[in-house]
Design a protein. Sequence first.
Length: 159
Amino acid sequence: MFRKLGPWFIFVAALFVMSLGIALVTRGNLGTTPNSSLPLVSSYASGLTFGETTFFINLLFVAAQWLLLRKSINKLLLLSQIPITFAFSYFIDTSMQITEFLSSDIYWKCFAVSMLGNVVLGLGVALEVFAAPRCYRGKTRTCGQYGSAQAIFIRQNRQ
């Protein structure tokens, strides 16, 4: 059972670690990650939280995927993005609350918090790639983007 659920637990942990990294970079007051800039600015303009605007903007991205890829997209895969987006948005709001005490106006502290955020965000991305919940084993191995790249790399090194 852990073989089936284990990658999903790691994936959810990766979402939290990534949200913590985004919160740290944002708390550094030197800017934010490119993917988070639109939700952050939207949160300032709308009065919604950073996580709420992240959720709504990502819902727009899911709707755009559906419009652009209607016939070729797996509907279950498309719909599964909604609870993942909800969890990630909740984690962003939680992480912003946890890191509230780190806001500073002293440049070296801002720089240190921002750099720590980049390291934590990178760790979260690495965990997400490691978890690879899209990768299933059967008679043939069908993997997501990272699994295929890894398989090609392994084949090339064996030759």
